[in-house]
Design a protein around this ligand. Structure first.
Ligand SMILES: [Zn+2]
Ligand SMILES: [Zn+2]
Length: 456
């Protein structure tokens, strides 16, 4: 398959294509067998259960999500003669912690032979963990197109206070009933758009990582996500009217992003620096009582805007790789001081980040020197790649047009804290992102100050 083939393909085509050998040389697997996004999609549940040979599903849901879709799922199952067991979390909101997974497992009914999650973000992540623990097939009935984790084989969890991805079981089937999705809270529809907007920056950073650290890249996978992103952006305004085609574009886009991550075998096509703003805020909210958090997609959308602003500062600065400046900067960089800053801003979650650096040694001076040489050599390609990003103002206008919050002030962060968050995005995962490039160039603090204001 090539980039040109992608342009013609629908999500349905992709699912029926299954595994294929790509022009990048890899065999790609979508990781999901069935995706049904249409009006009345829940009515396909009995047929899906029959296909996997399940006799009695276990329903896992939250309070609000059960109210949104639980009744209709139960009635569809009852009408077709299926018995089922169910557990609806008594707490709201449900957080993706050890407690939640333990609670789901302790309420699991072992006479069941399949799991149906009814919800989106946290319920889906927990359902996938439960599926892994029990070895059963998993179907998600989505109640909101709010994030791209429907088909991923990992769950985004808070473990020991650290936002972490844990291997779980990808959904065998995704049921996106437009009658349900169109009635999702507007905030969650916006969140879905935010998680799609994140692809603007994650795709560009994937290309940067290919150039600078030689990461595997697949242009077919990238083209798929780009196309889905374009559809979401062009329909976004109609979301306010709950237009079924606009809602469909978001749900399909999120599923495609998930498939793209499965194709790539890493989260690169869908997640970069913009997501690390969100991870840091999530970790702070776990560590500090006064730190609030927002929906994943809302935070990722705000992170996208901040990331675009920083890249814009970089482009406007007409920077060149200044070897002397970069080497001096690294010489004066104190890892101990930096680790202290991470701990004090992020809390105990930073310990795993510090451990990560102990394995990775990204701050090692020799490693930096080697990367700097690659950056110098490929400077034009780097500028060209970053130059493909849209202006931050364009994305801000789009966000405003659907009432999407454009500032982390809504969750209580001032400019100084946003700036600190920005500088720490490079430490979350072993992934080359924009802040690492700025650090490598010795201009991170300058970009931070110019983008988010200088500390008075
Ligand atoms: Zn490929
Ligand atoms: Zn995301």
């Amino acid at each position: 398959m090539t980039v040109n083939d992608v342009k013609e393909m629908t999500l349905k085509d992709l699912i029926s294509l299954g595994d294929f050998t790509c022009s990048c040389g890899k065999v790609h697997s979508p990781g999901v067998a069935k995706v049904i996004i249409e009006k009345g999609a829940v009515n396909t549940l009995p047929a899906l259960l029959e296909e996997i040979g399940a006799k009695k599903p276990f329903l896992l849901s939250g309070h609000d999500t059960f109210a949104a879709a639980g009744e209709v799922v139960c009635s569809v199952l009852e009408k077709s003669g299926y018995s089922y067991a169910k557990y609806v979390f008594p707490v709201s909101p449900v957080r993706p912690t050890e407690y939640t997974v333990g609670s789901a497992l302790m309420h699991f009914d072992y006479s069941c032979d399949a799991i149906i999650g009814i919800g989106s973000g946290v319920i889906n992540d927990t359902g996938k963990m439960l599926a892994r623990a029990t070895g059963m097939k998993y179907i998600i009935v989505a109640t909101a197109p709010s994030m791209d984790g429907f088909v991923s084989g990992t769950s985004s969890m808070d473990r020991d206070g650290l936002k972490t991805s844990i291997y779980s079981t990808a959904a065998w089937g995704v049921v996106g009933d437009l009658d349900i999705l169109c009635n999702a809270p507007m905030h969650l529809l916006r969140a879905g758009v935010g998680d799609m907007l994140a692809k603007i920056t994650s795709l560009v950073e994937w290309k940067l990582a290919r150039i600078i650290v030689g990461e595997d890249y697949c242009d077919v996978t990238a083209a798929l996500v780009e196309k889905a992103l374009g559809q979401v952006m062009s329909q976004a305004k109609k979301l306010l009217e709950r237009d079924p085609e606009a809602v469909r574009s978001v749900m399909e886009g999120l599923v495609i992003a998930g498939i793209a991550m499965n194709y790539a075998g890493v989260s690169r096509p869908a997640s970069g620096m913009e997501h690390y703003f969100s991870h840091i805020w999530d970790m702070r909210s776990l560590a500090f009582e006064d730190a609030r958090f927002e929906q994943h997609g809302i935070q990722a959308g705000m992170g996208t805007l901040y990331t675009l602003m920083a890249y814009e500062t970089f482009l406007k600065g007409n920077y060149c790789p200044d070897r002397e400046r970069a080497m001096k900067f690294v010489e004066h960089f104190s890892l101990d001081d930096w680790n202290q800053q991470l701990l004090s801003f992020i809390g105990p979650g930073a310990e795993a980040m510090i451990e990560g650096e102990n394995r990775e040694h990204k701050y090692d001076a020799e490693k930096h020197k080697a990367r700097f040489a690659v950056i110098e050599k490929n400077w034009d390609a780097i500028l060209e790649t970053i130059g493909t990003l849209p202006p931050a103002s364009e994305i801000r206008t789009l966000m405003e047009s659907i009432g999407f919050p454009t500032s982390a002030a809504v969750i209580g962060y001032d400019d100084e804290q946003v700036k600190t968050t920005f500088t720490m995005t490079k430490d979350i995962r072993d992934k080359y992102v924009g802040t690492r490039l700025f650090w490598d160039l010795g201009i991170l603090q300058e970009i931070a100050d110019r983008t988010f204001g200088r500390n008075s």
